[in-house]
Design a protein around this ligand. Sequence first.
Ligand code: SAJ
Length: 422
Amino acid sequence: MSFKTISVIGLGYIGLPTAAMFASKKKKVIGVDVNKHAIETINQGKIHIVEPELDVVVQTAVEEGYLKAVIKPEPADAFLIAVPTPFLPCSKNEIPAPDLSFIAEATKAISQILKKGDLVILESTSPVGTTEQMAIWMKELRPDLSFPQDAGDKSDINIAYCPERVLPGKVVQELVTNDRVIGGMSERCSLRAVELYKTFVEGDCVITNTRTAEMAKLTENSFRDVQIAFANELSMICSELDINVWELISLSNRHPRVNILQPGPGVGGHCIAVDPWFIVSKTPNEAKIIHTARIVNDSKPDWVISKVKQALADFLLVNKNKKIDEVTIACYGLAFKADIDDLRESPAMQVTKAISEFHPGRVIAVEPNIHTVPPKLNNIELVDLNFAMQHADIHLLLVDHKEFKGKSVNNGIVIDTKGIWV
Ligand code: SAJ
């Protein structure tokens, strides 16, 4: 059975590109979002997020009439849920727990229009068991339909979990080429989900059960978090032992079975710093390494801030003619990683904000990928690279953007958290 109309619920960083990819294959796609601004922007053929190549795909899809965005779900043959799963509020030392309310809302909204034969896929990063929970909610809301937890392959509604794994900045390419993990609640659910994704996915669609598929996504990002924590811990150890961590890592990586990642100012973005907590909050006694990695990576911005304070003291000791409020600190990079403009959960932003709060002198920032200072940092100035390199007394490299590579600072103190100026 082919899917004539596909609905994507949640038109954010994953939902919109996914909707556009289906539309690019001439499927009728109905995108649903609660954000009116997003709806209006998309219906004009434009995008409300920044992602290379996405603008053209969305523009073509809207112009050709294959993609439209609406506030209220409409009937479709397949529904993909790609809404956020943030944390519930908690205090600093508590383990953050996931907030499933957006998934619950999306489930409620589509349940009203579900019909026999529909396929529902959850793509949102979710704690293990969420797809089964979603199926329970649907059954409660639609007792007239049968669901796979009761009817297996014979169910009226098919349900599967299929995590997205695309890298921000490469989403359009990776949506097509990456392999997909498909966790159906029954074999038929999985096969129908594979059929749907094969509309545009060129990678393999590998079938498993829902719980394994949910855990696969959390595992991938936790693996990366643990690896980065190892690199970050090494950088702090090496600083104590007066060893260049970048040289150390490149030497160690010459071993055929060693591949250490790169340290930095911390782990940012909305995935790697979040998803491991979904494992830790479910199994706090078992998830020891995963939990510790989160603590190590979350502590790195504070470590960088302490290095800046130390550099400030060192600078004033040598430059006795200068007062603290005459010292200029330049922060290079605000994004959460290289060569993107995304400032969400960015350790570079966290560090820059802290400096602007404690330092009485001038704080300047260079971020080639944005044009205006974000509201959180209204007391810093955005300047160009040459200006910062000439005028700052303390140079803090926070992101390894391509514009910063191959440059060298001739004056003042350099703190390089990414190892491109050392
Ligand atoms: N980072 C380091 N050192 C490194 C690599 C990364 O400090 O050696 C930092 C980055 O600077 C950044 C953070 O880690 O602050 C995360 O960056 P990233 O490039 O590792 O990952 P994301 O968050 O952009 O995308 C990840 C990807 N997951 C994995 O690589 C396992 C992507 O495939 C997922 O789809 C995405 O999370 C997601 O949506 O979950």
